[in-house]
Write a protein of this length. Structure first.
Length: 539
């Protein structure tokens, strides 16, 4: 693998494979794609190296891609529609008030070491997520459970908090919600709800995610991993539905550069890329029209302010910087991947919610707001503003374009600071920024998946902004079954965001990838989720 990595990094030929399988085993000219049809080994570009493959500490889409191969929650999802379908739970019942869910677990569900998957494992897992010592950034997702927030904040013990997680017996789990939740079953497919194997955690602690230690309950087993090189998984014979799993294994390759990832695809090293460089789209439309795919992707690219730091503690500056942006020009001339200008924070969805457009360009209003601020502060111009973003050519190009727009239109000097992904995450989570890039992909197909992010107690709300009415509206939407009324609540949330401007939505994502036609069972969907148990390779 070291040989392959050195080849990738210099961008030359990419035909070396991890392992030698099938009839091409001794043919140095055979590519991964050529070997794969016989071997049923899928080779996937992963983008950034996963920060963690512990489901309770993971934060990224690359983590999700790996974790869905290794673990399974109570629910699974239809590969075409993403509708919730049975996972570890083969059936469930819901109370009349939509607050209590009783899940009946499969008696043939097993961990990869042969242990049965039990309701007690889920109790252990959800308690682990909420333990303050774990410091899981995704723990607030479990605040849906009765008493979970009090326990997570250290105010009560697990028993005294009466957390709504109960094992009624080895194969029956009862979850009680704090309040009725319209989209609860769909949320269970986020990896924070996946179980972990208690004896493995107790035995290995932080090292449990290492190959040889990892015990999962999903369709594949972790066999090898080398940081920034590869992650290898093999079919799990103990998985309850192993007979339907057609792939024998998956190889994930963290390749951050879209250009290097494309080279790996062109050489036959990868079946799938994580993304495609915007500069290459026009050429690829001509060269690889049957391999290039533009698919819906339910996400928003945005910039976020630290509203506690000057000058962004003043609403006028935040509004001016949004009004000075030409979003149409950015998607046409910079990103060039079919993205749409973000006129709201929540993208339109198939469930029917479309926020009223509230973000637009207005240079006259922008200049007026900045001049008023400067006059009040007795300044001639704003001090230089630092914009932080993680290493990526796409992020850099957009940041340079924004730097130019704000300089030309408002006379604001923007200094760009490029940071490695892990450093960027750590820095922004400490709120050590005044202006930083951000992106959000919906976790489930409901507008609440986006809007919940900006609650006052949201761990991913790094802006310092809060609004009581905003939080109240989300509470109302959570327990509202009337779709039209829920949409009214969501749109009022969008109006508050646009008025108080803790963030600047820039564009809605479109996912451009390269995919080899031998990959079957891979369907376009808004969340870019593709359960591996349904994927296979065919000529």
């Amino acid at each position: 693998m070291k040989k392959f990595l050195s080849i990738v990094l210099v961008g030359t030929a990419l035909s070396v494979c991890v392992g030698q399988e099938g009839k091409h085993a001794h043919d140095p000219k055979a590519s991964n794609v050529e070997r794969a049809l016989e071997d049923q080994i899928l080779h996937v570009g992963l983008g950034a190296e996963p920060r963690s493959i512990d489901p309770h500490l993971a934060t990224s889409s690359s983590s999700h891609d790996v974790l869905t191969a290794l673990l399974e929650g109570l629910m699974s999802e239809d590969p075409k529609t993403l509708e919730p379908i049975p996972g570890v739970a083969e059936k469930w019942t819901v109370s009349k008030n939509w607050k209590s869910y009783v899940f009946h677990l499969r008696k043939n569900a097993k961990w990869s070491n042969g242990d049965p998957v039990t309701a007690h494992d889920f109790v252990y897992s959800y308690k682990r997520v909420l333990e303050p010592e774990l410091d899981s950034s995704s723990a607030p997702y479990l605040y849906l459970l009765e008493g979970a927030k009090s326990f997570h904040e250290g105010k009560k013990s697990w028993d005294n908090a009466q957390v709504g997680v109960k094992a009624l017996d080895d194969h029956t789990l009862k979850l009680t919600l704090e309040k009725p939740m319209y989209s609860f079953l769909a949320q269970l497919n986020h990896f924070i709800w996946f179980p972990v194997h208690p004896p493995t955690i107790e035995r290995h602690d932080a090292e449990w995610t290492s190959p040889g230690n990892f015990v999962g309950n999903g369709p594949f087993i972790l066999t090898k991993r080398r940081a920034n090189s590869f992650i290898m998984v093999e079919r799990n014979p103990k998985y309850w539905d192993a007979a339907k799993v057609r792939l024998k294994g998956i190889r994930f390759y963290p390749i951050k550069s879209p250009d290097l990832e494309e080279s790996a695809f062109q050489s036959g090293f990868l079946h799938l890329t994580k993304t495609v460089s915007a500069d290459r789209l026009e050429a690829l439309r001509k060269e690889k029209p049957n391999f290039l795919h533009f698919e819906p992707y339910w996400g928003t690219y945005f910039y976020q302010f630290n509203v506690d730091e000057p000058p962004f503690d003043d609403l006028r500056v935040r509004q001016a910087m949004s009004l000075a942006i030409d979003r149409e020009s950015l998607v046409e001339n910079v990103t060039k991947g079919g993205q749409l200008p973000a006129v709201s924070f929540t993208p339109p969805d198939k469930a029917g919610f479309t926020a009223w457009p509230r973000y637009k360009k207005d240079l006259v209003a922008a200049k007026k707001l900045i001049n008023e601020y400067l006059a009040d502060k007795r300044l001639t111009k704003l001090p230089p503003i630092e914009l932080k973003y993680n290493t990526s050519e796409g992020h850099r190009k957009l940041a340079v374009a924004m730097q130019g727009m704000w300089g030309k239109n408002l006379g604001i000097e923007i200094k760009l600071l490029n940071m490695e992904w892990k450093v960027f995450l750590a820095t922004t989570y400490k709120r050590d920024f005044v202006l930083a890039r951000g992106g959000w992909i919906g976790n489930y197909l409901d507008a609440a998946s986006f809007l919940q992010m900006w609650r006052a107690d949201g761990k991913n709300n790094l802006t310092g902004w809060s609004n009581q009415r905003y939080d109240e509206l989300l509470d109302l939407a959570d327990k509202e079954s009337d779709g039209r009324k829920r949409f009214e609540y969501f749109d009022e949330c969008e109006a508050i965001l646009a008025k108080e401007m803790p963030i600047i939505p820039i564009y809605f994502y479109v996912h451009a990838t390269l995919r080899h036609p031998t990959v079957k069972g891979w369907y376009p969907n808004l969340l870019d989720r593709h359960p591996y148990k349904f994927i296979y390779l065919e000529k």
